[in-house]
Ligand binder design. Structure first.
Ligand SMILES: [Zn+2]
Length: 66
């Protein structure tokens, strides 16, 4: 991501990338119809100031197989 965006909630410019985790393990996305498919971790961009999550995406969408 190259474009600089501000937080829509508080206007802070310090946005960070995070990985959504459940306790000690990374939460993965699986295809709805194929839970045995390969999966991908989920990353998010969040505001360091107010904590608002601007966007979430999976790191490797090409891995998921319907
Ligand atoms: Zn914010």
């Amino acid at each position: 991501m190259s474009q600089q965006v501000d937080c829509p909630k508080c206007g802070n410019k310090e946005l960070k990338k995070g990985i959504i985790r459940a306790a000690l393990s990374v939460v993965h996305m699986f295809p709805e119809n194929n839970p045995r498919s390969k999966s991908s971790p989920i990353s998010s961009i969040y505001c360091k100031s107010c904590g608002y999550i601007l966007e979430s995406y999976i790191d490797h969408p090409e891995r998921l197989e319907d």
